[in-house]
Design a protein around this ligand. Sequence first.
Ligand code: CUA
Length: 343
Amino acid sequence: MNETRDPAYARRRRPVRHAVAAATLAGALPLAACAGDSPSALDPAGAGATRIANLWWVLFWISMAVFAEVMALLVWALVFRRRHDTRVRHGQPLRLVAVAGAGVPLVILVVVYALGLRDLAALGAAPGRDAPTVEVTGHKWWWEVRVPGVDGATANELHIPVGERVRVRLRTADVLHSFWVPQLMPKTDLIAGEVRETWLHAERPGRYRGQCAEYCGTQHAHMAFQVVAEPRPQFEAWLARLGSPARQPQTDAERRGQQAFVQGTCAGCHAIRGTGADARVGPDLSDVGSRWSIGAGAVPNDAGHLGGWIANPQTVKPGSYMPPQPVDAERLPDLIAYLRSLT
Ligand code: CUA
């Protein structure tokens, strides 16, 4: 009789199939997190993250070797027990326990500890005194970006020259946050009342996603940012833009939008350089048109999402500190046109 058609056989096999399905699912879940544009610390693009990734692989292969050794011993023990083998003499099990149970783990732990200390020292070393410095302040739930000596600010986006180490000075305006760019550098916590320091280094140009990595309230997940690594001249152009007035309105709609911004409620919380609006409650909007997202990764930066955000941020990012704005329906398109023009 064909045993796959035997109902009793199928019943016996069911738990096995369930176990295989559960194991596959458990294996697939961590991989699902790697899909899309979510960055991986195992795809490093800079000196800091490369150290972490290398250490991770060393630990991974050691774990695999230990797992294989334990499984081999398990199989050996099962076979040995079944055969009632008498090959093992007095003293032999004790030697095995001493070597495989104490000696080998001791060597592994000492090696891993030494590697960890070496990488910790390398990651903790400050960049040179001439290294560019960027100051980042964590707010619930966005990142304020400034450069010492430059009289301007931006949000949720910081630029670094490619191939150079950039010092990043970190503060928090409220609660504990954590600054993490998986492809460039491990996490650094932002602690109230303290100035923490880390550095960023990217070996190739690109945009690297960063994320707050410490739960800080309802919109912790929407506290993302981008690090833009670019050649030196472009980095210097960014510094120059950061210190200059925002782009002037060019069309009538943009002019009306600017007026609505400065005379309306917007200027109560936000700044746009050169317009007289200089509040620092919310993000500086002088270059808002060029940013990668609205609401620190909440929605894409386009006209539709911007309009929705201005009208009612609470539907986009519930809990955000920006209240719904009483902007006239005919003024909203002007305001959108003006803010979109600020690049
Ligand atoms: Cu800020 Cu989580």
